[in-house]
Structures are given as C-alpha cells and as structure tokens.
Design a protein. Structure first.
Length: 235
C-alpha cells in the first residue's frame, strides 16, 4: 500500500521517518508504539496465563500492591475492570492478526513491528491504547554501512557487551594511546577507558582506516568487536 505522511495525519497518528541501512529486525518496515496499562502481563500471549496474572495482582492488598510497584519503579493504580477488559481485548486482537509481526512488551507500553499498515491502525486504535508516533524505516544506504556528513575515516567498529578484566582494559588504553592518530573514539568509549568500571557497552565505537587495526585489537582482546560498518560520506 503506497502512502505518505498525510495518510497517518488523516488517521490522527503522528508519523516519523527513520533513515537506516536495515529494516527493523531486518524485516519490518513499521514500528507502532503505544501505552497500554499492564501490557507486561500479556507475556506468553496465553489467555489462561493472563487470567492468572491478573487474578494475582488484583488479590494484592493496597499496601502489597503499592510496595511491589514502588520497588520496581512502576507507579500505577491497581488493575480495575476496564484495564482487565482492555488486556483481554488486546490479546484477542493480536491473536487475530494473520500477517507476520513481532511485539515487544514493557510494563505499560509495547512496540509492534509489521509491514502492514492496516495492522498498525488496528493495534493503535485498540481500547486502552495511547498511540505514539508511527516510525517508518526507509532504507537509504546498503547494509553494513553508515552515512555521515563528513569523516576522515573509512570504517567504524562497534564493541560487544562484555565484562573485561583490568588487564584487558589496560591493554586497550595502551593500544589506543599507540594508535591515537589513526583512530577516533566515541566520547562514551573514551570516557570509559579512563574509569575503573569494567563492563564494555555495545554503544561504544571507534573509527579507523587501516583494517589491520581492528584485527590487531581482536588479538589484544578477543571477542571485543561486535561488527564493523563502512562509512559513507555525503561530501
């Protein structure tokens, strides 16, 4: 179905474009996000399990309920009949969707991924759902590439979520000190190298030109590099 932003506007849904080198989960064009009270209880998408969870939460005393959600930072009112009905109706809706899709649940929100505009509209129009902007992915550059307005480097390497030893961190500090003029580190990665915290994040990256640098780093700390992208400049 061909559409533009006016299509979403006419349905009172905000629409955002996400330019990327890949679709959501490499297969879905749209992400429909929304808020639904106690969406997390839908995990497993089983009606009997949902009923058990709702019964458990509704049987809590006011103090028990308040303490539980205060502990998890989830400040919401106890489940009432309307919330319960909305959850069951939403589960029925999801079970009726025949097109391929994926849904990720938070405590009181969800992310619905699909290629169907009709399914986006059905999900965001469901009872009890507060719709957030629909995000549409437009693939603007090849896979395993990243677009920057300008850059002095050809490649970008992203690191892996992993715990490293103090010795490994010292090796990293020494490595990038030696190759300071040949690499550019993200600010968060550079700041992290100066700290004692030993857990590496996959948001850390560095740019470089010589492929041998990435290979040498892999030998220094095996498994550290999650993946590399070719940098495409707009200049």
């Amino acid at each position: 179905m061909k559409m533009d932003s006016s299509f979403w506007t006419n349905l009172n849904l905000k629409h955002k474009i996400r330019k990327s080198n890949r679709l959501f989960y490499d297969q879905y064009r749209y992400c429909a996000a929304g808020e639904l009270n106690y969406a997390k209880l839908l995990r497993g998408f089983d009606r009997e399990t949902l009923g058990y969870r709702i019964k458990t939460y509704r049987s809590m005393t006011k103090n028990e309920f308040g303490y539980f959600f205060y502990s998890y930072g989830q400040g919401r009112k106890p489940i009432n009949d309307r919330v319960e009905l909305n959850l069951y109706n939403f589960l029925d809706l999801l079970e009726s969707i025949e097109n391929d899709h994926k849904i990720v649940l938070g405590w009181h929100d969800f992310y619905f991924y699909t290629n169907s505009v009709d399914d986006v509209n059905r999900v965001l129009a469901a009872d009890g759902v507060y719709a957030k902007p629909v995000v549409e992915t437009v693939v603007t550059h090849p896979a395993k590439t990243i677009v920057r307005k300008r850059s002095n480097y050809r490649y970008r390497a992203y690191l892996t979520n992993m715990l490293i030893s103090q010795d490994q961190q010292h090796k990293l500090v020494n490595f990038f000190s030696t190759h300071e003029t040949e690499t550019r580190l993200s600010k968060t990665f550079r700041d992290w190298l100066d700290k004692d915290y030993k857990y590496c994040r996959d948001s850390f990256f560095f740019d470089y030109n010589d492929r041998g640098i990435a290979l040498f780093l892999e030998m220094t700390v095996p498994g550290l590099i999650k993946g590399t992208l070719k940098i495409i400049t707009q200049d």
